[in-house]
Design a protein around this ligand. Structure first.
Ligand code: IMP
Ligand code: MG
Length: 176
């Protein structure tokens, strides 16, 4: 069940605008490809890239580590690869949330093997207390505590992605 709202739509909008400003300053002299990590990052990705006052190449990748649970399995499989050639490009990997860091570590390693000029990580949310692998996040929206969250692209068993806000989710068993 949805427990309480953590981040309002207005606050998300502010965070994304601030991040777009920081990224825009970083884009100077670069040949950027923005890669959306499906599905969770999709709302963040479209909002963010539309705020950039220059054209950028966009592409999509999908890796899976979660089943219908709130715990990472720690094994990542590639479901959909990018179609753009990233050799020599400046890659911005756009993630919804960095939890253990395992998904991102695998995605970054996979992209780095294709010899881009640079790879940077853009994440809306991070749960630093849950990290299992050290991951540098170059552009971060907000740190959150160890809570399971849904909305604005984030799901529980594929549900709640279309909520415009970010909510804390608790399973029926934990509810009090
Ligand atoms: P990691 O590999 O543990 O860092 O997990 C990364 C992925 O797990 C994210 O891209 C999300 O899709 C998913 N995830 C992690 N924490 C949450 C959460 O609180 N709500 C929804 N999805 C989450
Ligand atoms: Mg995700």
């Amino acid at each position: 069940m949805l427990k309480n709202m953590l981040i309002s739509a207005e606050r998300i909008e502010q965070i994304v605008s601030t991040m777009a400003g920081e990224i825009e300053a970083d884009l100077e002299g670069r040949d950027p490809v923005f890669i959306c990590v499906l599905k969770g990052a999709v709302y963040f990705f479209t909002a963010l890239t539309q705020k950039l006052r220059r054209d950028v190449v966009v592409d999509f990748i999908q890796a899976s580590s979660y089943g219908a649970t709130t715990e990472s399995s720690g094994t990542v499989t590639l479901i959909k690869d990018v179609t753009v050639d990233i050799a020599g490009k400046d890659v911005y990997v756009v993630e919804d949330i960095v939890d253990t860091g395992l998904t991102l570590a695998d995605v970054v390693a996979l992209l780095e093997a294709r010899h881009p000029r640079s790879v940077q990580v853009v994440a809306l949310l991070s749960k630093p207390s849950r990290r299992k692998v050290e991951m540098a996040i170059d552009f971060l929206g907000m740190e959150i505590e160890d809570r399971f969250v849904v909305g604005y692209g984030l799901d529980f068993a594929e549900r709640f992605r279309n909520l415009p806000e970010i909510w804390e989710f608790v399973s029926e068993m934990e509810k009090t």
